[in-house]
Design a binder for this molecule. Structure first.
Ligand code: FES
Ligand code: FES
Length: 240
């Protein structure tokens, strides 16, 4: 529950601690996304709904109060979603609770484990470090959007075939992080994969099979694009 605007209260110790953590989690993302966020608002011809990351808990409570509810819209797995959210709603909460896409997991809620990783405009992001409002207008992909109908994404096939999971709790985040990583580094070495996925934790597998899965997915994606390239070359030659 949001605090009442009309009855200001001194923040409790617990609240101050929570707010300190809140600022720590959001500072990096805010510094990265202010420009994009403002630009999106300008494109829509509206005032930027910037989320303030204020210096004291009581001030933030006021700001949060003023911005208590806002309407946001985004594409999630190619489907338009629009909901009223509280300013403080995290993207992971929004995806799980408003969009009912529960494939994205919450492992730590402190930006440590990567279980909540999704793609925002093609880049992998820990969705517990970002407000839902910051994804307003964005194109978000969750694990539910990886497969193309009945056809699994190469990373899903690789995790299945290489036994890249045990309990599966980290797997959605691990696969989304891997997809973002492979988009930037399609020819990774074993070490590249370990460095690229160091923000994602797994407490079951020992990582060996996860690394093998990502390398297998890289190979299969390369093979897929080579096949696509030769099909395009054939059709250009035959004029079809
Ligand atoms: S739940 Fe987001 S990083 Fe752990
Ligand atoms: S498979 Fe269990 S946490 Fe990774």
């Amino acid at each position: 529950m949001l605090p009442s605007c009309s009855t200001p209260q001194a923040p409790s110790r617990e609240r101050v601690t929570r707010d300190r953590e809140f600022r720590r989690r959001t500072r990096f993302w805010n510094s990265q996304t202010d420009v994009t966020f403002t630009e999106r608002s300008e494109q829509r011809g509206s005032e930027p709904k910037k989320i303030a990351c204020t210096e004291t808990a009581s001030v933030r409570a006021e700001v949060t109060c003023q911005d208590a509810a806002m309407q946001i819209a985004m594409l999630v797995n190619g489907v338009g979603q629009s909901h009223d959210v509280e300013a403080r709603t995290l993207l992971v909460q929004y995806l799980r609770e408003s969009c009912t896409l529960t494939g994205t997991k919450v492992g730590c809620d402190t930006s440590s484990c990567g279980a909540c990783t999704v793609l925002v405009d093609g880049e992998s992001v820990k969705s517990c470090t970002m407000f839902a409002a910051q994804a307003d207008g964005a194109d978000v992909t969750t694990v539910e959007g990886l497969a193309d109908g009945p056809n699994w994404h190469a990373i899903q096939t690789a995790f299945h075939e290489q036994h890249g999971l045990k309990c599966g709790y980290c797997t959605a985040g691990m696969m989304m992080a891997a997809v973002g990583f492979l988009a930037e580094n399609p020819n990774p070495t074993d070490r590249d994969v370990r460095l690229g996925l160091e923000g994602n934790l797994c407490r079951c597998t020992g990582y060996q099979n996860i690394v093998a899965s990502v390398l297998a997915a890289a190979d299969s994606m390369k093979l897929g694009s080579m096949k696509l390239g030769s099909m395009e070359a054939d059709s250009m030659e035959t004029g079809q």
